[in-house]
Structure formats: structure tokens, C-alpha cells
Design a binder for this molecule. Sequence first.
Ligand SMILES: NC(=O)c1ccc[n+]([C@@H]2O[C@H](COP(=O)([O-])OP(=O)(O)OC[C@H]3O[C@@H](n4cnc5c(N)ncnc54)[C@H](OP(=O)(O)O)[C@@H]3O)[C@@H](O)[C@H]2O)c1
Length: 267
Amino acid sequence: MTNIAFIGAGNMNAAIILGLLNSGMPANNIIVTNPSPEKRQALSTKYGIKETANNIEAVKFADMIVLGVKPHLIRTVCSEFSALDLSEKCFISVAAGTPVAQIQSALQNNPAVIRTMPNTPSQLGLGITGAFASAEVSEEQKAIADNLLKAVGEVVWLENEAKINNITAISGSGPAYYFLFMEAMETMAKSYGFNEEQSRLLVQQTALGAANMVVKNDISISQLRENVTSKGGTTQAALNSFTEGGLIELVEKSMNAAVSRAEEMAK
Ligand SMILES: NC(=O)c1ccc[n+]([C@@H]2O[C@H](COP(=O)([O-])OP(=O)(O)OC[C@H]3O[C@@H](n4cnc5c(N)ncnc54)[C@H](OP(=O)(O)O)[C@@H]3O)[C@@H](O)[C@H]2O)c1
């Protein structure tokens, strides 16, 4: 059985740990680190996993290491491991904007590294992660990482690292796009006289229903849209207004802005 170390006891690592345990991974095979004792001990007490303040001890224990610290700390944390034999180990980074080459250069001797871009719904097990494996990652390590990442949702493997920037613009930042749209609809619901609770319920249930229709139907999204748009009806009136107002072009421009920002941040 693979041993897994989680460097950092923050939100993302906690979500993956919970998902792994729910998927049947024994708690004994998991270790978590964190400088401050409260967070790592809370996870250890709640889930029965091992904990330590010592990152090196955790890496020695593990075959697979999840780097769950903030991006600006990745280099410092990885440098701690450069004197260890990492030839059989595989690192998974969830740090935004941190290229594989940077991680490998801090770790030294080019160990196996998988760079990922998860998104926040991972915390509910409903995430989607884009993942890119460096050439040093074996098929076996990739399969283990696939299982690990699927503990918090779906996984899309990328054939080249640059695609991580596109993933960032689609699913990484994507939840906020939907939140913005839902906020705008909620504001309109209130303006029609619905109270706070009713407005939120109307919007969230509509979003949930629409998302589930996409998930549960095997037809294209555009077909689903056409199916609910009667000619000359109310939906068509709204959709025409959206397209005439330039919504499609705005989505293109906005997502490209996210890609450009991701490219800049990786430099
Ligand atoms: N949250 C998300 O939904 C999400 C989505 C996509 C990507 N990510 C990525 O996931 C990573 C973690 O994000 P997060 O939201 O989980 O952040 P977070 O909650 O702040 O977790 C980071 C953890 O790392 C700990 N830490 C700091 N220095 C450390 C060290 N030297 N050794 C070990 N642990 C250390 C921090 O401890 P202290 O708090 O005690 O300093 C904190 O508990 C980031 O790189 C982020 O880009 C997160």
C-alpha cells in the first residue's frame, strides 16, 4: 500500500485527506505536516492519521508527497528535501502558477513531479483537477496519483504543461464565474420583490438543476439549451438579449484574461 505525505494541513490537503479516507485508504498510510501544531493535530485527532512538524520525516515515510503549501513557499519547502534520496518518490503540487521545472530545481536531481490545478469544489468532493506529469513519473505513480486526485472529484490529464494555464481559466477560476452570474440573478430576484432567502433559493436550485441536467443527460449542452428555448418565448427573449449584449465575446475575452494572468504568474 502506498504511503502518502501531506505537506501542509490547510484547506486543500484536508479535502484530499478526507476524500482518500472516504475512498478506503487506511489512516495509517497517511501523514500530515504543519509548522503550527493546531491544524495538523486537529486532522490527526479527527481522522487517526499520523502527524509531524518535520517535513523531512514525512517525506522519508511516503512514496507520494502532496505539496499543499502556498505557492510562495514551494521553493523553500522543496529545498528541505534536496539531500534525500527521492528517486522512488513522486511529488504532487497543487500550488498555482508554479512550474514543474521550478519544483524539480528546488528538489534537485529531477524527481517525479505532478503539477496540478484543483478547484475549490474539491472541498465538497465535487472538484475537477487538471494534472500534468513530468517525464520522470512512472505509469504506476500516475495511476496512484489519479486515484488520489479522484478522491476530491474528477481529473483531466494534460499532455503539455502550458495547458495548466487554460485549466486555470476554465475550472480553476470557473466557480467564481458562476458565482458572479448567480449574484446578478439573485440581485434581480430581489428587485422583483423576493426576500433574501427566496432569492437565494431560486438561484441556487436553478443552478443545481441546470448543472445536474448537464451531468445526467448524454446530449450536448447547446442541445439542452435549445430544448428549453421555445421559439418566440421568454427564454429566447433573454438569450437573444445576452448574445446581442456580447456575452459570448465577453466570456472569450475574460477567459483569455485569466490565461494571460496565469502565464504572467508562472514567470
Ligand atoms: N483551497 C483551494 O481550493 C485551492 C484550489 C486550487 C489550488 N490550491 C492550492 O493549494 C495550496 C494550498 O492552498 P490552501 O487553500 O489549502 O492554503 P492553506 O489553507 O493556507 O494551507 C496551507 C498550509 O500550509 C502550511 N504551511 C506553511 N508553511 C509550511 C511549511 N514550511 N511546511 C508545511 N506546511 C506549511 C500552513 O500552515 P500555517 O497556516 O500554520 O502557516 C497552512 O496550513 C496553494 O498552493 C494553492 O495555490 C488551493
